[in-house]
Design a protein around this ligand. Structure first.
Ligand SMILES: [Zn+2]
Length: 410
């Protein structure tokens, strides 16, 4: 009997794969090998070809094509790790069958309540089976739902050899949550013409763009003397740094913006009288927006130099990553086909912008166009993470249709 996406999902979330910041090893934690090795075995048993798990923890396999046409090879990518922010050990998934609306109280910790008011997509789940953790850990839908959906899609094609398809590559990576998911990944290892990460949120969402990102640092050199004799001599570096942070627009901060708005975000202020440093990140969906934000930082420094001529005030900045929309716009079919696939799968397709970077954006900038497809998951990196069986099935149907659309249009 064919295994369902839920069976797979419930099996994978029980394997702890929490990753770790600032690790000396790659993958960052040894526990990620547990799921990688389990998946390696399952991919072989399923009938995928060329299953290979390399020393970095990149796991790949091929579903050969059966179309007489020359169809581009498409890869589907998921990550095995879960966020370092919340425990992923001993996950006890809970099924809330035939959901009838209202809040969901998680049985392992009654203080963890998934509020209907804060989760508008719950209203679309009436009659569905919702999956949560018991409230003591995260669920791990990010991204074990993506992995379960990809392998269920493969299963579907193997059970239906009459459906024409191009070759499909499957890739599972470690350490996405610590920003290292593609650190050792070469495009030759992916061996595909186009790719999708399956790591998104609500049903129908196809993500075609990420932020542009820069990091900036303000350094201030002051002048310290005994406070009893400081008049007209002392220059207070930290006071100047504090004034600089006050000059950043409060309405363009992460806590005051959403959708396609960008922001300045001071991450840390450190200093004493002689020296002070402000570390910031800048985010904007347009590169011109990043340049304008840097310009404003330089303007602030200029104003402060005029007020404190004896201080040393410098702004430095560097690019972190670019919006993947720029290369995708030159070859937009990779997004158009996924939107068409979602429509055929019976869900309302919609473009969505990611307020961050993804492994897909890193791959896109290396030359492999990789937008992101929804998994159905919500409240990532939290004990209140949830998904529904019906939205996971919608994701599987969308993946199946995506492969079919590529074959059709070839
Ligand atoms: Zn993820």
């Amino acid at each position: 009997m064919k295994e369902t996406v839920l069976d797979r999902f419930l099996r994978y979330v029980k394997v702890n794969t929490r990753s770790q910041e600032d690790s000396e090893t790659y993958p960052s934690t040894a526990c990620q090998w547990d799921l990688l090795r389990l998946l390696e075995k399952e991919m072989g048993a399923l009938g995928l070809r060329d299953v290979e798990l390399d020393r970095w923890g990149y796991l790949t396999g091929t579903l050969p094509g059966n179309s007489p046409k020359k169809v581009p090879t498409v890869a589907f990518i998921g990550h095995v790790d879960t966020s370092p922010e919340v425990s992923g050990e001993g996950v006890k998934p809970v099924l809330h069958k035939n959901y009838q609306g209202g809040d969901l109280v998680l049985p392992g910790d009654p203080e963890q309540v998934i509020q209907a008011a804060e989760n508008p997509n719950l209203a679309l789940q009436i009659g569905h089976t919702i999956v949560t953790s018991d409230g003591t850990t995260l669920l791990g839908s990010d991204d074990k739902a993506g992995i379960a959906e990809i392998l269920t899609m493969v299963d579907h094609f193997l059970a239906h050899p009459e459906i024409k398809r191009g070759a499909v590559r499957v890739l599972f990576t470690p350490d996405e949550e610590v920003g290292m998911g593609t650190a050792h990944l070469e495009l030759a290892r992916v061996a595909a013409d186009y790719a999708y990460t399956v790591d998104g949120g609500e049903a129908g969402e196809i993500e075609n763009e990420t932020f542009n990102a820069a990091a900036a640092t303000l350094t201030v050199k002051g002048f310290n003397v005994h406070p009893g004799y400081a008049k007209d001599k002392l220059v207070h570096a930290s006071r100047i740094a504090a004034r600089f942070v006050e000059m950043l627009p409060a309405l363009a901060a992460p806590e005051t913006t959403a959708g396609r708005q960008g922001y300045w975000h001071p991450l840390s202020i450190q200093g004493d009288i002689s020296n002070a440093t402000v570390k910031m990140i800048l985010r904007d969906f347009e590169w011109e927006g990043i340049e304008a934000k840097v310009k404003y930082l330089e303007h602030c420094a200029e104003v402060l130099r005029a007020q404190f001529p004896r201080a040393g005030i410098e702004v430095a900045w560097k690019e972190q990553y670019r919006n993947m929309r720029y290369p995708i716009e030159k070859d937009p079919k990779v997004v158009d086909y996924a939107l068409e696939a979602a429509r055929r799968a019976g869900v309302e397709p919609k473009l969505h912008s990611i307020r961050g970077g993804t492994d897909g954006s890193a791959l896109t900038l290396k030359g492999l166009l990789t937008p992101n497809i929804f998994t159905g998951g919500h409240n990532f990196h939290s004990k209140q993470e949830w998904n529904s069986v019906e939205w996971m099935e919608a994701a599987v149907r969308t993946l199946v249709e995506t492969v079919k659309v590529w074959e059709e249009k070839a």
